[in-house]
Ligand binder design. Structure first.
Ligand SMILES: [Zn+2]
Ligand SMILES: [Zn+2]
Length: 388
């Protein structure tokens, strides 16, 4: 009988269980591999799926439902355990991987051959039916079954993008890489400063609406990219305090201020113009009209938070037209961004109180407590370790 692997499984909405799954068999020469999972962060997507909000990429050719029973975990770090015999496995940047190498991976497994894979390889827009997503689209009864990192081992499909982790980067920070790669929307906003007065200039003001892990990642990236005044909004004083520790200048609790007051504060802090960039990181539809009022003329509104379909909102498009607002949607992350992101986190190791980002650490056996804690307003990134 083959070795069994312990996995935390979301059996259905609100229901966590544990299963023993057979250690996968590697196929000769196909480049598949096995990762021994060290730890993984709990992502906003995991919380949505746990709550039963399962529709992703809604209205596109790649719309799918999260697949129960599901092993979650796609913000992970692990060690290459073994590589299929008769094959060479390389990381995303072309370096050969060997057992013992510490890696992280891109959750999206893309075909590399369809229209979007060929024309926009930096982004996992793949529309091939073979496209999959770790911890998300494949149930633990499908394929090689160990399809998420909240298990002792995970199977690395031949086409999955893998990234070597720099030796000095901590496991916690390695788990943060994928989230930080979502902030490439800010790099996109920077590209728009090709003409004066447009987009995200050096010293430009940035508003972040919603300061969970994704919002905090945007605060950090905005600082790294040379933002001036950074203003954040949230319902949690705990999260606002954290944002301050990471460099936010003005923190506004939306339960203690009105939308008019917040818009006014943003204008006052920006010589009356409004913010260069507003990042919507809350996933709450009603914040959008307020955010559009905070953007200056030719400014950028980044829509990052509505990862799952939580319904429509009324907006006055005259406002967008009248101010030439550039709206940038960001549903996923830059697959090209892992190494630069890891190297930049290391470079800025002493510039941020990184350890505060990781509010809670749990063991695999405590997965239910971990995911419930991650939904509390008093938590930031929650990390689950897969081995005692
Ligand atoms: Zn994620
Ligand atoms: Zn493709």
């Amino acid at each position: 009988m083959s070795k069994m692997v312990k996995a935390a499984v979301v059996e259905g909405p609100g229901k966590i269980g544990f299963r023993e799954i057979p250690y996968p068999k590697l196929e000769y020469g196909d480049g598949g591999a096995i990762m021994k999972s060290i730890a993984s962060g709990i992502c906003g997507t995991d919380k949505h799926t746990f709550k039963g909000e399962t529709k992703q990429n809604g209205g596109t050719a790649t719309e799918f439902e999260a697949a129960y029973p599901l092993i979650q975990g796609h913000e992970a770090v692990g060690i290459v355990e073994e590589i299929a015999p008769g094959s060479v496995r390389k990381d995303f940047y072309g370096e050969e991987l060997r057992p013992g190498d510490r890696i992280t991976f891109c959750p999206d497994i893309v075909c590399g051959e369809c229209y979007y894979c060929r024309t926009a390889p930096w982004y996992p827009w793949c529309e091939d039916p073979s496209r999959e997503c770790y911890g998300n689209s494949m149930s633990c009864e499908q394929g090689k079954r160990l399809n998420g990192a909240f298990a002792e081992y995970m199977y690395l499909y031949p086409k999955a993008y893998l990234y070597k982790v720099p030796e000095k980067l901590s496991n916690d920070l390695a788990c943060l890489t994928e989230v930080m790669c979502v902030t490439y929307s800010l790099d996109k906003a920077k590209e728009m400063f090709a003409f004066d007065g447009e987009g995200f200039e050096f010293g430009g003001a940035v508003v972040v609406q919603g300061c969970g892990p994704l919002g905090l990642a945007h605060v950090i990236k905005a600082k790294m990219l040379g933002a001036g005044t950074i203003i954040v909004t949230d319902i949690s004083d705990y999260k606002l305090e954290l944002a301050k520790a990471f460099g936010a200048d003005i923190c506004l609790n939306v339960l203690k201020t009105t939308a008019e007051e917040r818009i006014d504060i943003v204008r006052q802090a920006t010589h009356g113009f409004g913010a260069n960039v507003v990042c919507e990181c809350s996933g709450v539809p009603t914040v959008v009209p307020e955010g559009l009022k905070m953007v200056r003329k030719c400014g950028v509104y980044l829509e990052v938070g509505h990862f799952v379909d939580v319904g429509p909102i009324q907006a006055n498009f005259h406002e967008i037209c009248a101010k030439d607002i550039r709206i940038v949607g960001m549903n996923n992350h830059a697959v090209t961004g892992y190494r630069p992101t890891m190297e930049m986190m290391l470079k800025h190791e002493h510039d941020f109180p990184w350890e505060k980002f990781f509010s809670h650490h749990f063991k695999l056996d405590q997965y239910e407590e971990a995911i419930k804690t991650s939904m509390s307003p008093e938590s930031m990134k929650v990390i689950v370790s897969c081995w005692d």
